[in-house]
Design a protein around this ligand. Structure first.
Ligand SMILES: CC[C@H](C(=O)O)C(=O)SCCNC(=O)CCNC(=O)[C@H](O)C(C)(C)COP(=O)(O)OP(=O)(O)OC[C@H]1O[C@@H](n2cnc3c(N)ncnc32)[C@H](O)[C@@H]1OP(=O)(O)O
Length: 254
């Protein structure tokens, strides 16, 4: 099997995790889930890792969400719930990761790709990239717990608009919503300056502040809210409207 995740450790203290399925716009399949879960587990206890940077291979996509061709065979609520909750647990692990995390949006982040970006502490986006919680266009809602996290991270009114309109937004507009922290102009490494501001501090400092945030979420029951969100998506997954929407996507070029 080809390497769907590429992991690079930098001497400055960050670990870069690269989704490596550019032919599918870095869509998440079971193999990528398993590899991401393993990498997160190792990185959490690796003293050389002060923060994570998640990004996508190629210049066109960060991540296009769940692999519709692989998950197309999931038909019933329970079949969907098994997959959704598997990735939901990984998204929770990413959200509560004990060190700072950053999504470097090198290209389109749609559907579950936006959920993964939301689970990171920071989102830096290349100018002009497309971002969208497009699940609504498929007759479902966010299925990995990303909406519960979004409602924690940006003003509720803005979060609700992004979820309900299910539109594709440009990074500049997403910054106005508070979803993108910094726009990275083409052919610049503006993200490195942002990252170096954190890496100059001791790991203990970074972890202590992250612990405060995670405790706030855990005390407010974030895990239970994500699980309820996933169950709702699984129910909608079983509808004819969802299956027809996925068929349309997969047959659009045949
Ligand atoms: C599983 C649930 C999960 C959740 O919310 O919990 C979700 O993520 S549901 C939402 C799933 N994602 C999508 O609906 C996005 C689908 N993809 C797109 O809208 C576009 O591909 C986009 C905007 C990401 C990029 O558009 P672009 O024009 O640059 O590329 P193409 O559309 O021509 O795609 C190229 C190539 O990649 C395949 N592809 C893209 N996205 C997916 C995907 N999510 N799953 C499987 N395959 C995907 C696409 O079919 C093309 O393949 P090809 O063989 O070349 O036709």
């Amino acid at each position: 099997m080809n390497q769907v995740l590429i992991v690079e450790k930098d001497v400055r203290g960050y670990m870069k995790i690269l989704f490596n399925r550019p032919e599918k716009r870095n869509a998440v399949n079971y193999q990528l889930m398993d590899e991401l879960e393993a990498v997160l587990s190792k990185a959490a206890s690796d003293d050389e890792v002060k923060m994570l940077i998640l990004t996508g291979a190629g210049s066109q996509a960060f991540c296009s969400g769940g692999d519709l061709s692989e998950f197309h065979d999931l038909y019933t609520e329970e079949e969907a719930f098994t997959m959704l909750s598997k990735m939901g647990k990984i998204l929770y692990t990413l959200a509560v990761f004990p060190k700072p995390t950053l999504a470097l949006l090198n290209g389109s982040a749609v559907g579950g790709g936006c959920e993964i970006a939301t689970a990171c502490d920071f989102r830096l986006a290349k100018s002009g990239v497309k971002l969208g919680f497009v699940q609504g266009t498929l007759g479902i809602t966010t299925g990995w717990g990303g909406a519960s996290l979004l409602l924690e991270k940006i003003p509720e009114q803005k979060a609700l608009k992004l979820l309900l309109d299910a539109k594709i937004h440009k990074a500049e507009e997403a910054r106005e919503f508070g979803f993108v922290d910094k726009i990275i102009e083409e052919d610049t490494n503006g993200w490195e300056e942002f990252v170096e501001d954190l890496l100059r501090h001791e790991t203990g400092v970074l972890m202590a502040y992250k612990k405060l945030l995670v405790k706030k979420w855990k005390d407010s029951g974030i895990k239970g809210r994500m699980e309820a969100e996933i169950r709702e998506c699984a129910k909608l997954w079983a509808t004819d409207a969802h299956h027809a929407a996925v068929d349309r996507f997969l047959n659009k070029k045949k």
